[in-house]
Design a protein around this ligand. Structure first.
Ligand code: HEC
Ligand code: HEC
Length: 262
């Protein structure tokens, strides 16, 4: 201890000084190089055949054949609303940019005039159901009425129309909440009526009880997520969480069993 103090420094010669500087520089560089080498070689070790085991590939394989719409992960959150311009670019220009199949061409005021006269509501109605070569919702089944209206306004206003940007639907103006029975008819019946792929049958108390006993919230979350061949939200992405609970209660309640209080 006292010896160190009297020496003052560990570096005694210019040679040692240089060695320390060089090492101080080389050691971190070598460290980085080794790390980079490790990262590169370890990622190369993935056998190309194993790519078929990667999550996305597996997911694609186990995806239920019959599912129509799978809710995005992070379910529960409503999908982001797209602007009219985005929708038109993605779905409508295929026909409406060129006038393919007799579609009124964007910017062709004469072709749009008769549709504009009908008003936005009329155009929206027709676009929802489709007409002639115009497919329902322009072929994009997942567009909400609001998004569809925005897309129509975007095209119409470049073609002689002067429509206001439709206002976002408020909670109250949205489709009225469907009853459990209606939801089941629309979305759950096709599997749960017959017990397809092991779906607990509507009214089969023995099949439902153990699932309901996890608690209403848990079983609702399970239906929102989907699992096995049960598609997320029963394949109907627009269902609200409450509608799903209602549907579950309906399927359970038909057994004449006690309806859980929650
Ligand atoms: C496959 C081609 C095609 C696509 C894609 C398409 N349309 Fe059309 N659309 C047509 C045709 C054809 C007509 C004319 C229908 C008629 O009058 O017989 C039409 C007519 C319309 C009309 C007038 C309806 C009326 O009678 O009032 C609106 C509005 C419309 N389309 C909106 C859209 C929107 C919005 C999209 C994209 C989300 C879209 N279309 C995508 C082919 C298409
Ligand atoms: C494509 C077929 C299919 C459709 C459509 C479907 N289900 Fe299912 N469902 C299943 C199958 C299969 C199971 C059993 C899954 C399992 O236990 O692995 C199941 C299980 C469930 C369960 C039990 C989940 C659990 O954790 O035990 C609930 C709740 C449920 N479904 C609700 C619904 C509701 C509500 C709808 C309609 C909105 C619906 N399902 C539509 C096939 C379907």
């Amino acid at each position: 201890m006292s010896g160190e103090k009297s020496d003052g420094s560990l570096i005694k010669t210019p040679g040692q000084f240089i060695a320390i500087i060089v090492l101080g520089f080389l050691v971190p560089v070598l460290g980085v190089a080794l790390l980079a080498h490790f990262v590169v070689t370890s990622s190369k070790k993935i056998d190309p055949d194993q790519s078929s085991l990667q999550a996305s590939a597996v997911e694609a394989r186990i995806k239920p054949v019959a599912s129509v719409v799978i809710a995005e992960p992070g379910a529960g959150a409503a999908p982001a609303v797209r602007t009219g311009e985005q929708i038109v670019k993605q779905y409508c220009v295929a026909c409406h940019a060129t006038g393919a199949a007799g579609a009124p061409k964007i910017g062709d005021n004469a072709a749009w005039a008769k549709f504009l006269r009908g008003g936005l509501d009329q155009m929206l109605k027709t676009a929802i159901t489709g007409k002639g070569a115009m497919p329902p919702r322009g072929g994009a089944a997942d567009l909400s009425n609001y998004e569809l209206a925005r897309a129509i306004v975007h095209m119409a206003n470049q073609s002689g129309g002067t429509f206001k940007e439709p206002s976002a639907p408020t909670q109250a103006a949205q489709a009225p909440e469907r009853t459990g029975e209606q939801v089941v008819q629309a979305a759950c019946f096709r599997c749960h009526e017959t017990g397809l792929n092991g779906a607990p049958k509507i009214g089969d108390k023995a099949a439902w009880s153990p699932r309901i006993s996890q608690g209403v919230d848990a079983v609702t979350r399970s239906a929102i997520r989907g699992h096995g061949s049960m598609p997320a939200r029963g394949g109907l992405a627009e269902l609200t969480d409450k509608e799903i609970t209602g549907a579950i209660m309906y399927m359970f309640g038909r057994a004449g069993g006690e309806t859980p209080s929650k």
